[in-house]
Design a protein around this ligand. Structure first.
Ligand code: MN
Length: 233
């Protein structure tokens, strides 16, 4: 192939046992998918799911046992953490029934949907897109992917985030308004899912700001946790 310049390297996320890399296609995100978080964002907690996307190269891989570094983004003074369970799709499809969704899941990872909350609030008020608030560079820290067979009880796993050792977010995957299977059903009605897609499934209550120097520790029971330090821009 005769490219006009070298194409970007493919984006991938390692598996927990480091035996292979999961090649990333798209990143879908679910908004307001835990009732208490939906309420803290001003909703009723009983709304149909809605989706937004981040570019695949917004991923920031957090190597297990180390602290990853996320530069504080430009244009914001209110950078928020959102701890999320990430579902990795291994087999694509359209109009996937919730009852069949498990056949399409490759595995799971711990992720952070980092958000420029001030810009998101401005964009909401003006009815404008969220991209600048959600899809910025390094906005999606993620840990390694654990194959689904190794986490049979993911639907009831605890999900937690601490900042500098103090608890900020604590819930369970069972508290999802739209569970993993239902989310795959809804998403696949809107887009054809492909192998390599990642789904950030939403965050529980307790979102809040971080500043340069803060260290976030995110965990989902059964998965490899992530540790991410916010560094000065
Ligand atoms: Mn989110």
């Amino acid at each position: 192939m005769n490219f006009t310049f070298a194409p970007a390297a493919p984006v991938s996320v390692p598996l927990v046992d480091q035996s292979a890399q999961f090649p990333v296609h798209r990143i879908y995100c679910v908004g307001r998918n835990y009732e208490e978080h939906a309420k803290e964002m001003g909703g009723t907690g009983r709304e149909a799911p809605f989706f937004f996307m981040k570019p695949a190269d917004a991923l920031l891989y957090a190597v297990p046992g180390t602290t990853a570094h996320m530069p504080y983004p430009t244009l914001t003074a209110n950078l928020h953490h959102e701890i999320e369970l990430v579902v990795a799709i291994g087999t694509g499809g359209r109009n996937i029934a919730a009852a069949d969704a498990h056949k399409h899941i490759f595995g799971y990872a711990v992720g952070l949907d980092m958000t420029r909350r001030d810009l998101q609030n401005d964009m909401k008020k003006q009815g404008r897109p969220w991209s600048i608030a959600k899809g910025f560079d390094h906005s999606a820290p993620i840990g390694p992917i654990t194959p689904a067979a190794q986490v049979p009880d993911i639907d009831h796993a605890t999900i937690t985030l601490s900042v500098n050792g103090a608890s900020r977010q604590s819930s369970t995957i069972a508290q999802l308004i739209w569970n993993i299977a239902e989310t795959i059903e809804q998403l696949s009605n809107a887009w054809e899912l492909k192998a390599g897609d990642l789904i950030f499934t939403g965050t529980p209550a307790g979102v809040g700001a971080v500043v340069a120097g803060d260290v976030m520790q995110g965990d989902v029971a059964g998965l490899c946790g992530i540790r991410v330090a916010v560094t000065a821009a």
